[in-house]
Write a protein that binds this ligand. Structure first.
Ligand code: SRM
Ligand code: SF4
Length: 578
């Protein structure tokens, strides 16, 4: 008979390495501060993982790799910093401080992200601490922008003076604050100098929601509106979808288990749309976010990080079983059934719009989110000048674009002439295909990229514009999204045409999503050369034009035709599993 001291036999799978790193980290401290003080140019493997929780990734200049290898000088390490920016909102002073940091510490660009944040690239380790201090000096944090915690919370950024928009923003901020890590590690490592807070040595209770091992994996949340799903609700681990009656939000569907990452050759990893769990009142939203995150904390896979997201729990368990457990253990009121809340639109928020308070906002299309100066196109300088001169707030959209807010009617002409002066195109002069496109950063900064993306898509979009013009489809909103690997950072799996990097200039091509974001596209063909992508798109779009039903988006037409028919049209074999 086993004694009390014997190790009980266990069938539990071995925990992933990151679980051990989190547990031993003294609430996310590890040796980050010491390594920075040592003057090293990069962190060790454990610290590399912990650094993410603080909003930064250790990267390498991949463009420089070949020459440096030849010269035998090793990697050029550099760091990405991502802001935590709930709802994408910044004051004028905050935006200007970010603009300054781009030059002072980073590569001179600001990169707007698909989750309404900003990333800086190219920061060397010696400037990392000062960069984070400068960000915090204007009351923006980076804590939890990455790592196994709740990430940036999204909400429609349009600064409209109506209750549903205002409430969505308010809730995004409340959820973000409630789910932020509570450990003082961030202050100790980046802000407090050498002083260590007492929680460093505490055994328990520092993180009332997360506990010592935090979450099994990243967690993403948003608040969305059915008439404007500009935050791509169904790609989130947790989304609140507003039920609006007489112009007022009366409650929210709680939608869980969305996520897009997959791994090539691993069919048990896949993109998944969120599913409706229940309906809650506005005053229950924050509690519901805590309950869902605790459910994930307790049920997520801590052995295999490739299958650790909430979407796999929802998929494997089934939403009915999730509901049962959620009611039994995580939600102490009767669970209310979700409502039927179809998505009816998505707004890019481009151009001039009244805010409803006497002021205006201007939505600018920023190609792949990169705010930079490039020859006569001086986007960064122009935005800086407008924000500075008119004390304009700035908001990032979930489409990597920027809204410049709080402009008076009298100042609009001056803003328009600044756009001209700085060579910034007005959104109405750009094609819909460009405005609806997105690409992830990929090479040279992303360590996971297999192919180019941000640097490859613009050329393809130029050619696609020619095709769309020729076919007379300029008024169709067709979303083309590209990523440099299957992780799906630019959300290629619910776009009309999704291009996922495979090798060199070849991409896996998906079709059948729409700008609404409520349906996954399907695999059309693997390993398609960029030139063939254009050729296939042209053939399909040509047929779509003649066959579409009134108002039918391209992606819906693709779904109606089905993969066999589309492959037949293109003379392609049926796609093999990827
Ligand atoms: Fe992402 C990892 C960039 C939105 C799924 N993502 C990365 C990293 C940090 C690469 C890494 O782990 O070393 C990329 C940094 C590249 C660089 O050089 O900057 C990166 N992801 C981005 C951004 C900047 C893309 C963009 O074009 O804007 C987005 C930052 C969002 C933010 O502000 O928080 C970004 N990533 C997304 C999205 C879209 C979304 O959330 O709406 C997804 C798909 C949704 C999802 O999470 O499932 C996404 N990123 C991933 C994954 C796959 C996760 C998975 O479940 O398998 C990874 C890889 C990982 O986590 O291991 C990843
Ligand atoms: Fe990097 Fe892949 Fe994300 Fe692109 S999709 S940023 S290549 S992880």
């Amino acid at each position: 008979m086993a004694t009390d001291t014997a190790t009980p036999p266990t069938t539990e799978p071995k925990l992933s390495e990151v679980e051990g790193i989190k547990t031993a980290s003294r609430w996310l401290r590890g040796t980050l501060a010491d390594e920075m003080a040592s003057g090293a140019d990069h962190f060790n493997e454990e610290s590399k993982q912990l650094l993410k929780f603080h909003g930064s990734y250790q990267q390498e200049d991949r463009d420089a790799r070949k020459n440096r290898d030849k010269a035998g000088v090793g990697k050029h390490y550099m760091f990405m910093i991502r802001l935590k920016l709930p709802g994408g909102v910044m004051s004028a002073d905050q935006y200007l401080a970010m603009d300054e940091i781009a030059d002072k510490h980073a590569n001179g660009t600001l990169r707007l992200t698909t989750r309404q944040s900003i990333q800086f690239h190219g920061i060397v380790m010696g400037n990392l601490k000062q960069s984070i201090q400068d960000i915090n000096a204007v009351l923006i944090s980076t804590l939890g922008a990455c790592g196994d915690v709740n990430r940036n919370v999204m909400a429609c950024p349009a600064p409209l003076n109506d209750q549903p928009h205002q409430e969505a923003q308010r809730l995004a901020h409340e959820i973000a604050a409630h789910l932020a890590p509570k450990s003082n590690a961030y202050h100790d490592v980046w802000l407090n100098g050498v002083k260590q807070s007492p929680d460093a040595e505490q055994e328990d209770g520092v993180e009332p929601i997360y506990g010592k091992v935090y979450l099994p994996r990243k967690f993403k949340a948003c608040v969305s509106l059915p008439q404007d799903n500009c935050v791509d609700l169904y790609a989130n681990d947790l989304g609140f979808l507003a039920a609006i009656e007489n112009g007022k939000t009366v409650g929210y569907n709680v939608v869980i288990g969305g996520g897009f990452g997959r791994t090539s050759g691993k069919p048990d990893t896949f993109p998944h749309l969120g599913q409706a769990l229940c309906f809650v009142k506005p005053e229950e939203v924050v509690a519901a976010s805590e309950a869902v995150i605790k459910f994930f904390r307790d049920h997520g896979n801590r052995a295999n990080r490739k299958r650790a997201r909430l979407k796999y729990v929802v998929h494997d368990m089934g939403i009915a079983k999730v509901r049962e457990i959620f009611q039994e253990k995580y939600w102490d009121k009767p669970l209310v059934s979700p409502r039927d809340l179809p998505i009816t639109g998505v707004d890019l928020h481009h151009g001039w719009h009244p805010q409803g308070n006497g002021k205006w906002f201007l939505g600018l299309s920023v190609e792949n989110g990169r705010i930079k100066d490039d020859g006569s196109y001086r986007l960064r300088s122009g935005i800086r000048e407008i924000v500075k001169r008119f004390k304009a707030g700035a908001r990032v959209t979930g489409q990597q674009d920027l809204l410049i807010c709080d402009i008076s009617t009298a100042d609009r002409p001056a803003v328009d002439s600044l756009l001209n002066e700085y060579g910034i195109p007005k959104p109405e002069t750009l094609s819909l295909v460009q405005k609806w496109s997105m690409a992830c950063p990929a090479i040279p900064t992303c360590g996971l990229a297999i192919t180019e993306s941000e640097r490859a898509l613009p050329g393809m979009i130029d050619q696609m514009e020619g095709i769309v013009n020729e076919l007379g489809l300029v008024d169709e909103a067709i979303s083309i999204r590209m990523t440099g690997c299957p992780n799906g950072c630019a959300r290629p799996y619910n776009s009309d045409i999704g291009l996922v990097g495979r090798t060199g200039e070849k991409y896996t091509m998906f079709v059948g999503g729409t700008t609404r974001g409520d349906q996954l596209n399907f695999l059309l063909q693997d390993l398609v050369h960029r030139d063939k992508v254009l050729e296939y798109s042209k053939t399909l779009l040509g047929l779509y034009k003649t066959e579409r039903k009134s108002g039918e988006p391209f992606g819906d037409w693709c779904q109606r035709k089905g993969v066999a028919s589309l492959c037949g049209i293109l003379n392609l074999p049926l796609p093999k599993a990827i």
